[in-house]
Design a binder for this molecule. Structure first.
Ligand SMILES: [Zn+2]
Length: 236
């Protein structure tokens, strides 16, 4: 039996809420296209797991079609971060036609872009590298998320990528292109508000000790968590 994690009630969700295919097609620039997909990823995260809005899409950038979705599903399995859920969902949706996922995967991963609201942690970053996705695009950084109160492995994806080598320590020619900061304000707000209950006395003491009081001031000044975040609806 195939199991689709909550991150990917895939086609049903898209049919009811968003256009499944080509919703971001024909936009004027790569930046506009990235923002369009990031908006969907963020909406998906906020809809399915507002307390941990790590939403993810994997998009075929040759056809501009969404291949699959993911969202943090740690109530099902604590290892199911948004990106991990999406990788598993895509693998379930597109199994190898010859039962050899390593040599003959069912999806052409070299033309897929991973969109994720938060910079991938080392676990998810590793999967993006092993899968050989073409690009990885995120909104908030590991630091943005951690300083908002969420536990994180404090390593950036660029540092994980630097460890990816072929035999004899040669560079990995299939290393994904990395791009952060897409819809950063919206993603930062989502994480800041989602982890508000994690910010107790010890959090504020530690932020002060780390010299990060300006981060707190900035977030408090810019982000009100009283109102619902703006959700964008796409018309079919
Ligand atoms: Zn992760």
């Amino acid at each position: 039996m195939k199991v689709f994690y909550i991150g990917s009630l895939i086609l049903c969700f898209t049919l009811f809420n968003y256009v499944c295919a080509k919703v971001c097609d024909g936009l004027e620039s790569v930046r506009a296209t990235d923002e369009c997909y990031m908006r969907i990823a963020l909406n998906f995260g906020l809809t399915h797991n507002p307390k941990a809005p790590f939403g993810t899409l994997i998009v075929d950038h040759a056809t501009n079609e969404i291949s699959c979705y993911g969202v943090n599903s740690n109530k099902i399995n604590t290892l199911l971060h948004g990106e991990t859920a999406a990788f598993w969902n895509c693998t379930e949706l597109y199994p190898s036609p010859t039962n050899n996922d390593m040599l003959n995967p069912g999806l052409n991963w070299s033309i897929q872009t991973l969109y994720t609201t938060g910079e991938p942690c080392p676990m998810c970053a590793s999967q993006a590298i092993y899968r050989g996705v073409h690009r990885v695009v995120w909104g908030s950084t590991v630091e943005d998320i951690n300083y908002s109160g969420c536990p994180q492995l404090m390593m950036n994806m660029v540092d994980v990528l630097a460890t990816s080598k072929l035999g004899a320590n040669r560079p990995n020619p299939k290393a994904p292109i990395l791009e952060g900061g897409i819809l950063k304000d919206d993603c930062d707000r989502a994480f800041w508000c989602a982890f508000s209950s994690s910010r107790g006395k010890s959090y504020y003491e530690a932020m002060k000790k780390e010299g990060l009081e300006d981060f707190v001031k900035d977030r408090k000044a810019r982000f009100s968590c009283d109102s619902e975040p703006k959700m964008h609806r796409y018309r079919i």
